[in-house]
Design a protein. Structure first.
Length: 318
């Protein structure tokens, strides 16, 4: 095994992302093995993770008195998760450096990304170990406040970036969402043929919101702000799992937060807070993507599809 330096790590190209997505769809998910030793670190305990993470093994490792958290991808063919791990390393290093420069420095941080270790058919991200409470263990009012502050902190971080640093992030521009929509809809149609007609009708109607989408500010976007990805320690929150982080339209994170089925109890308040982020095209795009991702969890799949079939549901007042 060898350690990769920052200069050896390149963000994935569009072609690599497309190939990675294709491989991910075609290959069968297999649990990734836990290695007893990775570089100088020996395993202390295994860590379980939620759905969609079979291609990663997670564990707490130790080197002398130093505890670290290691996320490992393994496989013979590079898929989307391989590139997402590279993205997490690069994005988190920038975020960890830039958050202290914002007004939210006392509220939010990230674990330090220490190194990437390359194996024969694996790559491991070594990060600072954070031991605390998951956000979903805390009062619901505090959860709401934390989601909003996290969204605002990422925007503030965007303003600290140089032009070169902006280029170090992957970009998901409005044009990207428009051009990739036919492919996304094709995949959706393959998995959900009975849902094609209502999805198509809603998609056609949403075209009128494209003008608004192209006017949106581009900001640092997490794309996976979930309760389980925020750890609370001594009055401060740590944002985890920067695998999907990129620069994207400002409403992306807001829409994903509101649509999250785990936040049903906060729906009305969050929808009101983020009401200026409404964009039907982007909402349908993201909801279609989540409908595909949760296809093996019927209740969640139907939850997301409701926001495709009837976009106004997202902004309803109970």
């Amino acid at each position: 095994m060898k350690t990769l330096g920052p200069k050896q790590i390149r963000k994935a190209t569009i072609l690599q992302i497309i190939l990675g997505v294709s491989v991910s769809f075609l290959k069968k998910e297999k649990p990734s093995p836990h290695f007893p030793q990775i570089g100088k670190y020996k395993i202390l305990s295994k860590v379980a993770k939620g759905e969609g993470s079979d291609n990663f093994s997670l564990g707490i490792y130790i080197n002398g008195t130093e505890k670290v958290f290691i996320k490992t991808w393994s496989g013979h063919i590079k898929d989307l998760r391989y590139y997402s791990l590279l993205n997490e390393y690069a994005s988190n290093k920038l975020l960890h450096e830039k958050l202290p420069l914002t007004l939210y420095a006392k509220d939010l941080s990230t674990p330090e990304s220490k190194e990437l270790i390359l194996g024969a058919h694996s790559i491991s991200l070594v990060s600072e170990h954070i031991d605390g409470q998951s956000l979903d263990e805390l009062p619901i009012g505090y959860q709401k406040e934390t989601f909003i502050k996290t969204w605002l902190a990422l925007q503030a971080t965007t303003d600290t970036l140089t032009e070169r640093e902006r280029m170090d992030f992957s970009h998901r521009t409005p044009l990207f969402y428009v051009l990739s929509f036919p492919l996304l809809f094709g995949v959706f149609a393959f998995f959900h043929p009975k849902k094609i007609l209502p999805a198509l009708l809603s998609s056609i109607k949403s075209v009128s919101s494209l003008k608004n989408l192209f006017k949106q500010k581009m900001v640092v976007t997490h794309r996976d702000i979930l309760s389980r990805n925020i750890i609370h320690v001594d009055g401060k929150n740590f944002l985890l799992d920067q695998e999907k982080m990129c620069i994207a339209p400002i409403s992306v994170d807001a829409l994903l937060i509101i649509m999250n089925p785990a936040l049903k109890d906060l729906h009305t308040e969050l929808a009101w807070t983020f009401r200026e982020m409404q964009n039907n095209f982007l909402q349908i795009y993201l909801a279609l993507h989540m409908t595909i991702s949760t296809r093996d969890i019927p209740e969640q799949c139907e939850h997301y599809f409701n926001f495709v079939r009837k976009p106004a549901l997202l902004w309803r007042k109970n």
